[in-house]
Design a protein around this ligand. Structure first.
Ligand SMILES: Nc1nc2c(ncn2[C@@H]2O[C@H](COP(=O)(O)OP(=O)(O)OP(=O)(O)O)[C@@H](O)[C@H]2O)c(=O)[nH]1
Length: 394
């Protein structure tokens, strides 16, 4: 699948770079071009892989390159004002080769959660290719404003993209981890999962029957709403060949049954693994199974059996899938499940956001606080809003 990546905000830019790192390490080719957008100059400087002309600073006239300090209304506003700068860089992409855009953002901050949906809306307006999103949910230990930002940005982001893949930082952070090294390993885990899914279609156009195609992933994501990804991998040791076999050039016998079982179990483990956002897999509307690895280690029958198993477990007939040849030392299975209708973390996030807003508004000490207008904008301020609902960002 050929994707154009646009990372908005710090988390967005870092995750885009992790995907680029995965792509080069795995020797696959799914990123057509990539770009980072930010309101903070320092966050763009921190990036390592994207060239200078693929880093766009927005809102300079308003926030002087210092970021929007978790104000996602301001993040949305300044991104909209400078959207021309973003689109002119996207214009330089080989968009005729692009199958889809992927807008990546952390939903807890100001720039990504505000600017991400704006970028998605504008790309959808200008280009015919689908626009997908990847949204990172803030942890429970972050400030109330991060939860409120995510609760407001989510419905807007979901509306502006064809599908929003979710990643829940909380479900992935190990206790006691240093935040920045923690993010690094989180981003690697995320890139591994998404990387396998986006590698689908490497064999597009070759007429290879069992290979998973770009269209399989696109149709799965067309279910709309939000999605999650499960993943499992296993190292494969190439069997040693004796001297005579090497001289004769013969290939070692392949235990077909063993390879098939290994692939089937791998797909099951992926579906039952810790998902990028935990949920009941039965709540999925569609899915796609991608098994990537050396051709000799990926049994088509194994993929088919695994797919059948996911179909039964999810009680969903629309489970697509296939293999994806890759020159690696391991076989990896990723299961993308979309159109989820029950994600407990999202319900909790909304509830917490309502409670936090109430708490913050009740505390006298926050009168005149810089977040007060934001909190009012989120609705339920006692004047005319509904106390139990959160207003979408726009
Ligand atoms: N997975 C992951 N999450 C991150 C990373 N950096 C930040 N986050 C999360 O993303 C949220 C948004 O943070 P940032 O991306 O730093 O914020 P921003 O969008 O740049 O917005 P401002 O800094 O407010 O302008 C935070 O609430 C964190 O939960 C990262 O590298 N990886």
């Amino acid at each position: 699948m050929n994707v154009a990546l646009i990372g908005v905000g710090l988390a967005g830019g870092r995750i885009v770079e992790s995907l680029l790192a995965y792509e080069s390490d795995a020797g696959v080719d799914f990123v057509t071009d990539a770009l980072a957008v930010n309101t903070a100059r320092a966050d763009l400087v921190e990036l390592e892989r994207l060239p200078e002309d693929r880093r766009v600073l927005v809102g300079q006239s308003r926030v002087k390159g210092h970021g929007v300090g978790a104000d996602n209304e301001l993040g949305a506003e300044v991104t909209r004002e400078d959207i021309g700068d973003v689109l002119s860089v996207v214009d330089e992409f080989s968009t005729h080769e692009v199958d889809a855009f992927l807008v990546v953002a952390g939903l807890g901050g100001g720039t990504g959660s505000g600017g991400g949906p704006v970028v998605a809306e504008e790309l959808g307006r200008v280009y015919a290719e689908p626009v997908f999103g990847l949204g990172v949910l803030p942890g429970r230990d972050e400030d109330g404003i991060n939860t409120l930002n995510a609760a407001r940005s989510l419905p807007t982001f979901v509306r502006e993209v064809e599908n929003l893949v979710l990643f829940d930082n909380d479900a992935w952070r190990q206790s006691g981890e240093n935040v920045s090294t923690g993010y690094e390993s989180l981003n690697r885990e995320l890139a591994r999962r998404l990387g396998v899914v986006l590698s689908a279609g490497e064999a597009d156009g070759t007429g290879d029957d069992g290979a998973v195609e770009t269209a399989d992933v696109r149709r799965t994501l067309n279910a709309g709403g939000v999605s999650t990804i499960g993943y499992a991998s296993v190292e494969v040791r190439r069997p040693k060949r004796g001297l005579v076999a090497r001289l004769l050039g013969s290939t070692p016998d392949r235990d077909e049954g063993k390879v098939t079982n290994r692939v089937t179990s791998l797909v099951r483990r992926a579906a039952l693994s810790r998902l990028t956002v935990p949920c009941d897999i039965e709540s999925a509307d569609r899915g796609v199974v991608v098994v990537a690895g050396p051709r000799a280690e990926v049994s088509r029958q194994g993929v088919e059996r695994g797919r059948e198993w996911v179909r039964e477990e999810t009680e969903t007939t629309e489970i697509r899938g296939g293999d994806c040849p890759m020159n690696s030392e391991s076989v990896a299975a990723a299961v993308l499940l979309s159109g989820l209708d029950d994600v407990p973390r999202l319900n909790e996030l909304r509830r917490t956001a309502v409670e936090m807003r109430r708490d913050i508004l009740e505390k006298d000490s926050v009168s005149g606080h810089r977040y007060r207008s934001l909190i009012r904008a989120s609705g339920g301020d006692g004047d005319d809003g509904d106390e139990e609902s959160i207003e979408p960002l726009f």
